[in-house]
Write a protein that binds this ligand. Structure first.
Ligand code: SF4
Length: 457
């Protein structure tokens, strides 16, 4: 990789390496403003929530299914171990939660633009279980035409054609599988196994049944080398899924921290990681794979594309975060609290942030920058009555000096390399939003500090 002046600047001034950075997180995260919500306040909170989406015709729905068969060392979502009884109990409460929102009238006059099953491993539930949720959604809210319904899936759970065909039959039209790397040695360090042949077969079968398919990949995994990344890209190029996402390994899982303590030689140096990010982003750009920083439409990533256009996200399940343009709120992350509150007929919302105008403006900037067209400055002026170039003058000057953004009279956009290192640009926006409020505020790891009981083998 030739280090141009711009790349040197990005690496030296902006790149957060594998530490001190908040994974591939497309939204503004300002946790210091959270307010706790008592059960007695939930009714009035939902009225505020309804008011915040009253002008929206379409919304996004997210369903969290936080169970896995085993824990991958790179994982930052800390799932629960699969357990039929616990999962069935959770499923019943999840269905009730949809009913509660419906009874509050939250879905009246709205359509679901995209539905996303995330986790965990949603496909640790049966197709019949997932159908129950989809049927409940269909009876509660109208779906938009061509509603995109994605489910994340562990490759080992969808190895049979029957399973994939049934997923298509129940209405799922896109699958996102975690793969991360094809290198067998690295996969052992990560407590994973997936061969190119298995992945190829899943992609071919999914596409045969009309399902679009995304493959999640990672850089910075234990023991990963540039040569190994290049081999992964060669394999991916043959498999040709509909979408690929490359993210950096966020080192938060205690299992990988322990591994690194015992085997520091497995840690990927920051300079190597920088090159890995460059290589993978360049490859994606050349093959037309879009991700944060380069989204031009909703073809490859409908849910994410509309999220970045500030469509409200209403999330269901424990430990989920929802956003409207003016409010961010979280469900209780402890499963028993979540179940207990639903059992008592109360929506299990635990805390919320009423976003200040300043935070909303930063959010609009951060989301807009992740679109290929960038932040529409005229739209921003219409929303807030202020000029984005004035509001973010200092930050934009800095990012411009680093060669990450470009601007004209109508928009502020990432440059080619700004898009390659979009995660660092987003972190810089979060840093600026925090420092605007108090110089003492520091960005925290997105997923640090809140851990489900560990999954054991
Ligand atoms: S399959 Fe692995 S990476 Fe995915 S949620 Fe489960 S533990 Fe995390």
């Amino acid at each position: 990789m030739e280090l141009t002046a711009t790349l040197s600047k990005i690496r030296n001034e902006l790149f957060y390496g594998s530490s001190n950075y908040t994974k591939n997180q497309p939204d503004l995260f300002v946790p210091h403003h959270f307010k706790m919500l008592a059960p007695s306040q939930v009714d009035s909170f939902v009225e505020t929530l309804k008011e915040s989406i009253k002008d929206e015709q379409e919304i996004l729905l997210y369903f969290h299914l936080p169970f896995c068969f085993s824990e991958c060392f790179f994982c930052n979502s800390f799932p629960l171990k699969v357990d039929k009884e616990i999962q069935q109990n959770y499923l019943q409460h999840l269905l009730k939660e949809i009913e509660f929102f419906s009874e509050y009238g939250l879905f009246e006059g709205k359509k679901a633009k995209c539905i996303y099953f995330g986790g965990g491993t949603p496909t640790s539930f049966s197709n019949g279980d997932l159908k129950l949720v989809i049927d409940k959604i269909r009876s509660s809210i109208e779906l938009s035409e061509n509603c995109n319904i994605t489910s994340e899936a562990h490759p080992l759970t969808i190895s049979s054609e029957k399973r994939i065909a049934e997923l298509a039959e129940i209405g799922i039209n896109r699958i996102s599988i975690g793969c991360q790397t094809f290198d067998p040695e690295i996969l052992i360090h990560c407590n994973r196994s997936n061969t190119p042949a298995q992945i190829q077969q899943i992609v071919t079968t999914a596409q045969k049944h009309g399902l679009a398919i995304n493959i999640d990949m990672m850089t910075g995994l234990p023991g990963q080398t540039i040569a190994s990344v290049r081999t992964d890209l060669e394999i991916l190029e043959k498999i040709r899924p509909n979408a690929v996402e490359y993210i950096r390994h966020e080192i938060v899982n205690p299992l990988v921290v322990k591994l690194y303590k015992a085997r520091p030689d497995l840690i990927v140096e920051d300079d190597t990681l920088f090159e890995m990010v460059y290589i993978t982003q360049e490859w994606m750009e050349n093959l037309g794979y879009e991700q944060n920083g380069r989204f031009s439409d909703d073809k490859q990533w409908g849910y994410r594309y509309h999220w970045l256009n500030e469509m409200p996200i209403i999330a269901f399940g424990s430990r989920t975060r929802s956003y409207t343009k003016t409010i961010c709120y979280d469900k209780h992350e402890d499963l028993s609290t979540y179940n207990r509150m639903i059992g008592k007929g109360i929506l299990p919302i635990g805390r919320y942030i009423p976003l200040t105008k300043r935070e909303r403006m930063y959010r609009t900037l951060m989301l807009g920058l992740q679109l290929k067209s960038g932040l529409d400055t005229n739209h921003f002026q219409g929303m807030y009555g202020e000029c984005a170039l004035d509001v973010f003058g200092q930050l934009l000057a800095k990012l411009s000096d680093f060669g990450c953004i470009t601007q004209d009279s109508d928009s502020i956009r990432l440059t080619r390399y700004g898009a390659y290192f979009v995660e660092d640009v987003c972190d810089a926006v979060i840093d600026a939003a925090l420092k605007d409020e108090s110089v003492d505020l520091v960005r925290g790891s997105h997923s640090g500090g809140h851990r489900y009981p560990a999954v054991t083998q």
